[in-house]
Design a protein around this ligand. Structure first.
Ligand SMILES: [Zn+2]
Length: 294
């Protein structure tokens, strides 16, 4: 069934677990993620990233996501990931998404507040939940979110501290905008990590206590972070955790191995189907890890 973020994350936080939010830029990923959630009878958030639109447009993939969510035996939130332009936010609404991330994090604080507040009022009047971002999510190597023009440079753990979310600002931001979820920065990056990430868990705790209870804290860039650290971030208050790049990387390696093993004697549709099964298993591991037995 199709649900928005609010009820899903409220229950997760009360029970002390997190729900993964994972990109679905093709049918294999979409089937894998919903299948994994059904296998474990647990909710899941699937999303379409604006930067994946050059791979498959939201007009094509969005209705498939919504249809699959409605048909699922478990609660599924269909979310827009890092929506930046108003045109794109409207496309997500038209496709029937139940939740939208409006990312104005590159703008000054006051402008971020103004735009998110305005959009949240509009979205809430239609029963849609809103995620915003405060701080800057840095791009690591091979950032699948960054698009082709992204600056390719290697950032270290020390480099990104200046982008971390300020807890006091986070509290004020949530209060003034009324957003349902807030993506914050405390040591993760998008993409493939150049060195093992080190999370500032105390920062998450400070943010959680500064932000009003009905605004959920979101962690982006969780893939590539060891599960033990992700679980500590969940315990500290993150109830929505975005996870994608390393599953995609894993599926690529799986396909490469399959091609080598069969010496290329594998049809594309068989390879795609095997990759779907691989990702379904991978997503089950992520779901289990984020629930930590709950
Ligand atoms: Zn992100």
């Amino acid at each position: 069934m199709l649900v928005n973020l609010k009820d899903m994350l409220c229950e997760a936080e009360q029970k002390g677990y997190a729900i993964p939010c994972m990109n679905t830029p093709n049918m294999e990923t979409l089937r894998a993620l919903i299948g994994a959630a059904e296998d474990l009878n647990t909710p899941i958030i699937i999303d379409h990233a604006e930067v994946h639109n050059s791979l498959i447009p939201i007009e094509r993939m969005g209705p498939e996501m919504v249809k699959a969510a409605k048909a699922a035996k478990v609660p599924v939130c269909v979310h827009l990931d890092h929506g930046v332009s108003y045109t794109f936010l409207m496309k997500a609404l038209e496709a029937g998404f139940s939740s939208i991330m409006f990312d104005c994090s590159s703008l000054p604080f006051e402008e971020n507040v103004k735009r998110v507040k305005e959009f949240t009022e509009f979205a809430h009047s239609r029963g849609i939940t809103v995620e915003a971002e405060l701080g800057v999510m840095a791009s690591a190597m091979e950032d699948t979110h960054a698009g082709e023009d992204a600056e390719k440079r290697v950032l270290t753990n020390a480099d990104i501290r200046k982008f971390f979310t300020d807890p006091k600002e986070a509290g004020e931001f949530a209060e003034r905008t009324g957003c349902d979820a807030l993506a914050v920065c405390f040591g993760t990056m998008h993409g493939i990590y150049a060195e093992p990430p080190v999370l500032d868990i105390d920062r998450v705790k400070e943010i959680r206590s500064a932000v009003k209870d009905d605004c959920r804290i979101v962690m982006h860039g969780a893939s590539g972070v060891e599960f033990e650290q992700v679980q500590r971030a969940i315990d500290a208050g993150c109830s929505k955790v975005n996870y994608y790049s390393y599953m995609a990387k894993g599926a690529t390696q799986f396909c490469a191995d399959k091609i080598a093993e069969t010496k290329g004697a594998v049809a594309y549709h068989e390879l795609a189907e095997a990759a779907y099964e691989y990702m379904r298993g991978y997503a089950r591991d992520v779901l289990r890890a984020f629930r930590n037995g709950k």
